[in-house]
Design a protein around this ligand. Structure first.
Ligand code: HEC
Length: 156
């Protein structure tokens, strides 16, 4: 009796462990990488946006660090994780990336270039005082928004 019970518990533990492992391996690695990249954008932009609005106290070093990070991220070569065959049409709800990213005439890479330029301009002034942030953040936010509007699944 005790032995059966122990066996049953062991089996249950193995089953749960197996599920956790399957979960850890699930998902397309390119999709995970680009979502992580986007989360890093959002984190830095959140810091800077908060300071621009006055919700977070302006700190020149922190603002400069966040803007430098944003500019560095935007300058990374991201081609490997925007791999063809990883759109919503290919992977379903694992991703919000529209197939248009990979289609003829796609402006996704060009918008990425605009973001890199805007983020570099922001990094150049982010340490100069709170009032410099707002105007320099505008073009950054526009680049994020333009790409999402064209190439990310609309929120339902
Ligand atoms: C070149 C196009 C492009 C640019 C520029 C861009 N994004 Fe994205 N973003 C996308 C796409 C496409 C997705 C959906 C990715 C997926 O689900 O595979 C996305 C998803 C996201 C997500 C959700 C990530 C997740 O975990 O699901 C966040 C947050 C985000 N973007 C923030 C930003 C911010 C902030 C900026 C600007 C600093 C930005 N993005 C610039 C195309 C872009």
């Amino acid at each position: 009796m005790t032995r059966h019970f122990t066996l049953a518990l062991t089996c249950a533990a193995l089953a749960v462990g197996g599920m956790a492992q399957a979960g850890g391996h699930e998902g397309n690695p390119a999709v995970k990488a680009r979502k992580a990249h986007m989360q890093l954008y959002a984190f830095s932009l959140g810091t800077l946006g908060g300071m621009a609005k006055g919700a977070v106290e302006y700190d020149a070093a922190a603002a400069k660090a966040a803007a430098d990070n944003l500019a560095s991220l935007a300058a990374l070569n991201q081609m490997a994780y925007w791999a063809p065959g990883t759109s919503m049409d290919d992977l379903g709800d694992q991703t919000e990336a529209l197939p248009a990213i990979w289609q003829e005439g796609s402006k996704a890479a060009a918008i990425g270039g605009q973001l890199a330029e805007a983020a570099a301009a922001l990094a150049a002034v982010a340490g100069d005082g709170q009032s410099a942030l707002g105007p320099a953040l505008g073009p950054v936010g526009q680049a994020c928004g333009a790409c999402h509007k064209a190439y990310r699944k609309p929120k339902s």
